[in-house]
Design a protein. Sequence first.
Length: 246
Amino acid sequence: MNQKRILEICANSAASCVEAEAGGAARVELCAGIPEGGTTPSYGEIRMAKELTSHIDINVIIRPRGGDFLYTPAEIQSMLYDIELAKQLGVHGVVFGCLTKEGDVDVPLLNKLVAASKPLSVTFHRAFDVCRDPFEALEQIITAGCDRILTSGQQQDAVKGIPLLAELVQRAGERIIIMPGCGVRENNIAQIEQETGAKEFHTSARSTVFSQMVYRNENVPMGSAALGSEFETQQTDRKKVSACLM
């Protein structure tokens, strides 16, 4: 096992947090709304994740909705309330990002969110991947006091983003952690590590979990038909987590 490689799991439930811990991950990013790119999980989900795990660090995404990262005053207040709740529940950190309509980091808002989050760890999420100037954004996020940036190198996945990821790691130095994510798998993590110099990696490591329901009415979908069967869910798989650490 590569002891220097730090793995963060994008966990979609308390059960996924348990699997992440069992597989050897150092940290989870706990999210709801995975098809939307991740939204803030409920009080109950965060509390259960804390109760069912013993030592893994739990970071909670603070994102009130899917879509862009230009937030209204009401959405900003919602984010501040969720940060306060996360602190009350004793999580390790929070994850958020915010942009202006011009595609730059919303520096005043970022400063406000970081200040509200103290003393929790702060990750700036993949809003970074749709910002106008990644190098300007890098410096602004460092100045704001964030601990890491989750990024695919402004590409569809981290393998395609390797050139920018490598440049970001070099420019960041010891000032902030650049954490490649999106499309990171057990069969490419070593390549991404070698070609970027990154030490922390973000992956979902999920497998399909089949419903135990015996009676099934598959003619009445509970959500978008594009999401697939109501009788299958995705959950972090401890074996896939372990494979990413080999």
